[in-house]
Design a protein around this ligand. Sequence first.
Ligand SMILES: Nc1ncnc2c1ncn2[C@@H]1O[C@H](COP(=O)(O)OP(=O)(O)OP(=O)(O)O)[C@@H](O)[C@H]1O
Ligand SMILES: [Mg+2]
Length: 210
Amino acid sequence: MGETQLNVLKGLSLEVSQGEFVSILGRSGSGKSTLLQILGCLDVADSGQYLLDGVDVFSLNDEYLSQLRAKKLGFVFQSFCLLPHLNVLRNVMVPMLYAGVPVETREGTAKDWLIRMGLGHRLYHKPSQLSGGERQRVAIARSMVNSPKLLLADEPTGNLDSEVRDLVFDELRRLQKEENVSLIIVTHDQELGYKADRALKLQDGRLCGL
Ligand SMILES: Nc1ncnc2c1ncn2[C@@H]1O[C@H](COP(=O)(O)OP(=O)(O)OP(=O)(O)O)[C@@H](O)[C@H]1O
Ligand SMILES: [Mg+2]
């Protein structure tokens, strides 16, 4: 948006293995969210190539892209992004609708994931009736229901106090190991960043080791 063209990512290269956990740190405005949006197929780079599970993402039309997003990607955001008018169970069922999962299995899968996240007693609550940590665990359940290959989390603990921050972070790491999902986390928190398999810093449009 706006008049001036801003080159945010420049000559950036990144390869992530299946099941690998990568953290990305960097100054505010360095382009971390931009990178995550491209990796999440929500935005397209002006040039370059992005291979996701062998698929050349930038060559896909909108229909294929939506399918790819629904089936191979999971998202967790700083602000949780739950739908306020739906209860917890319904929120977690939403991605299965987009992925074309048969309607009769959606509720059971969503329940299983919520129980796994320790929220079996909160199924019929609205997001506004939950704590920040609980909301983020709902968002994590929602991100995992379609067994994604790649889980993208932009400041997932940014709105949480320190105790809950560690819980949510450990939950993400546990899932990454148990489900062999690749996990890319953007964080301002060096201490959390160093817990990843690989900690990278985004600087001058490129990624380098921390
Ligand atoms: N919609 C937009 N229109 C114009 N410029 C934008 C827009 N979104 C982001 N930018 C610019 O692109 C650059 C990268 O932004 P980005 O949101 O990726 O940074 P970030 O590293 O995620 O920052 P933060 O840590 O504050 O979340 C910034 O200079 C920002 O001002
Ligand atoms: Mg950001």
